[in-house]
Write a protein that binds this ligand. Structure first.
Ligand code: ATP
Ligand code: MG
Length: 576
């Protein structure tokens, strides 16, 4: 490809509304352009990277025995009503009507469509196992689309669905996908971890997320420093011990805390540490219950643990008016004493005595509060967010370390959730109808490329790993008006093209400074600069974008050397 004839609109300035580096660089490097919130066009340069991601995914899915298909974006409501998700999915599901007023939605995921296909075509256990996948555009009306391709409303996902006769078969399908995912992210050259995760709206019994490690990641992960346990903090378990409640030593005392609403303010005002405080969070559930949750002052509630404990779809912090109704006080002064609603406590609170709680009246707290004596807790459970330093729930001696990550892939064991709801059965060897045991497996193609940029960039631009880079080699003609330079660069370009090297020839009539700036920005891994001075010695300059190392290479050696470097950078080992 010739730069002069290509469509690569780079930007000098960082666009104001792009917060994270991958979003900034994808805009600046002419990879994407915004059309509407969370909706982007892929420009040629960006599309090349996304297509490479898709191709790596495709090859590894095929290697693992999955079979590619393609399902529609527009899904009829009937299928979603059958699974129950037409009601349950919430506002992320974009619904619309066709000209006959029939209800449709844009597929945010395709369990319903695939289950419908399989129940109508697969009758016998002999046709199993089956794993079908697609690489397709999804639509989710995300509440906060942001960070470019990282969290779009319209985005490209690979989604796969496995079908087995029984649990053991489904576990095997799951482990094949787990390995395929490792192969995919290893091939991309990304630093990542697989972690245990919550199954969320998709449902099912267990799941793993694949997290690209990056400071800007939206997810918090903990991992054990001495065993293999790693989990999203949404999921990360803490060891639950029933703790003995220490005896009360202090009298309950009401104290005035004018205007002191936050934990920090109260702690500062009463000259205490947050560990001597119990905070009372008033929450609302999808089952229309309002309840109070007690946590040590310095802890965060894990709403997913709470939703799972209560067996509800969601839990939200109550709005101010609901808090007022439940406690009689404005937000910031809730406490467990005298509350009429159910009170649940985090496990840690059971081991506390003589603490501070809110007074259920404006500008009032209690000191010397004690459970059982002053108020009752109906249940204790592991409800708080894990943090670095917490003990590992799997091994005896490990402690948690914490990381930030970008979720690029997610695999779920679904079990029979969809097959039972949609009556998808097969006949087993005894001729008895059995619900299919399913798994589903997603990877965001665009988010993976964005995550790769988050992990691989410097102040001058992108440093995409070779497997995802839009081009492998950039040949820069320093002065296109110099016949010798032009001829040498053209010859090299033609040689590389003939060898199927993905090469971009910067033949623009621009100053070297501009060409080098753009070269850094677009980050093509190998860069060959053809200039008059070096050419006199029969040399060109070779520069690696990642290490910045440069070397002089003779015209005769440059092609084989580039080929060698490319094949080394694309080499991968399977199954580790
Ligand atoms: P998140 O928690 O980030 O919203 P999710 O759990 O909803 O993700 P899945 O339903 O498991 O995501 O989707 C599979 C994959 O699709 C994710 O691992 C991610 O790579 C990608 N993906 C999900 N939502 C988006 C989005 N809004 N924009 C881009 N990619 C996405
Ligand atoms: Mg989501």
């Amino acid at each position: 490809m010739r730069y002069s004839q290509y469509f690569l609109p780079t930007l000098k300035e960082t666009p104001a509304d792009a917060e994270v580096i991958s979003h900034q660089l994808m805009l600046r490097a002419g990879m994407i352009r915004k059309v509407a919130a969370g909706i982007y066009s892929y420009l040629p340069f960006g599309l090349r990277s996304v297509r490479k991601m898709e191709q790596i995914i495709r090859e590894e899915m095929n290697r693992a025995g999955a079979i590619e298909c393609l399902m529609p974006m527009a899904n009829p409501a009937e299928l979603w009503q059958e699974s129950g998700r037409w009601e349950k999915y919430g506002k992320e599901l974009l619904r619309f009507k066709d000209r006959k007023s029939a209800d449709f939605c844009m597929g945010p995921t395709h369990e319903e469509v695939i289950t419908d296909i399989v129940r109508n075509t697969v009758n016998s256990y002999r046709q199993l196992p089956l794993n079908l996948y697609q690489i397709q555009t999804k639509f989710r009306d995300e509440i906060r689309p942001r960070f470019g391709l990282m969290r779009g409303r319209e985005f490209i996902m690979k989604d796969a669905y496995s079908f087995d006769l029984d649990d053991a078969g489904a576990d095997l399908s799951y482990s094949k996908m787990y390995q395929a995912y490792r192969n995919i992210f290893n091939r991309c050259g990304l630093k990542y971890r697989s972690v245990e995760a919550d199954s969320g709206a998709i449902g099912g019994s267990f799941s793993h997320e694949f997290m690209v490690l990056a400071e800007s990641g939206e997810d918090a992960i903990v991992s054990c420093d001495s065993c293999e346990y790693a989990a999203n903090v949404e999921k990360a378990e803490l060891i639950y011990h029933e703790l003995e409640t220490p005896a009360a030593t202090l009298e309950l005392q009401q104290v005035d805390t004018p205007g002191q609403k936050t934990i920090e303010e109260v702690v500062e005002f009463l000259k205490l540490s947050p560990q001597q405080l119990v905070k009372t969070l008033i929450v609302q559930t999808s089952a229309d219950e309002v309840l109070a949750v007690l946590l040590r002052g310095d802890r965060e509630l894990n709403v997913i643990k709470l939703a799972n404990l209560l067996d509800v779809d969601w839990v939200l912090m109550a709005e101010d008016d609901v808090v007022k109704q439940a406690t009689g006080a404005p937000t910031g002064f809730a406490g467990p004493i005298g509350l009429k609603i159910r009170v649940i406590g985090d496990a840690e609170v059971q081991g506390m005595a003589d603490f501070v709680v809110g007074g259920n009246a404006a500008d009032v707290h209690f000191t010397g509060a004690n459970q059982d004596r002053d108020f009752k807790v109906s249940q204790f459970a592991d409800l708080r967010q894990a943090v670095a330093g917490d003990p590992c729930p799997r091994c005896e001696n490990g402690k948690f370390e914490s990381w930030r990550g970008i979720e690029v892939g997610h695999i779920f064991k679904l079990g029979v959730k969809y097959s039972e709801a949609m009556n998808a059965t097969v006949l087993d060897a005894q001729g008895k109808a059995q619900p299919l045991v399913m798994g589903c497996y997603g990877i965001g193609a665009g988010r993976s490329v964005a995550a790769a940029i988050e992990q691989n960039h410097d102040e001058n631009g992108m440093i995409l790993p070779m497997p995802l880079a839009p081009f492998q080699v950039l040949v820069t003609m320093l002065n296109p008006k110099d016949d010798e330079v032009r001829e040498a660069a053209e010859t090299l370009y033609q040689q590389l093209l003939a060898l199927n090297v993905e090469v971009l020839l910067d033949d623009r009539d621009e100053r070297p400074g501009i060409k080098f700036k753009d070269a850094d920005l677009i980050g093509i891994p190998l860069r060959v600069t053809v200039g008059a001075r070096n050419l006199k010695e029969g040399n060109v300059e070779l520069k690696a974008r990642n290490s910045g190392t440069t070397s002089m290479v003779s015209l005769g050696d440059i092609t084989p050397q580039l080929q060698q470097l490319i094949s080394e950078a694309l080499a991968f080992e399977l199954g580790n």
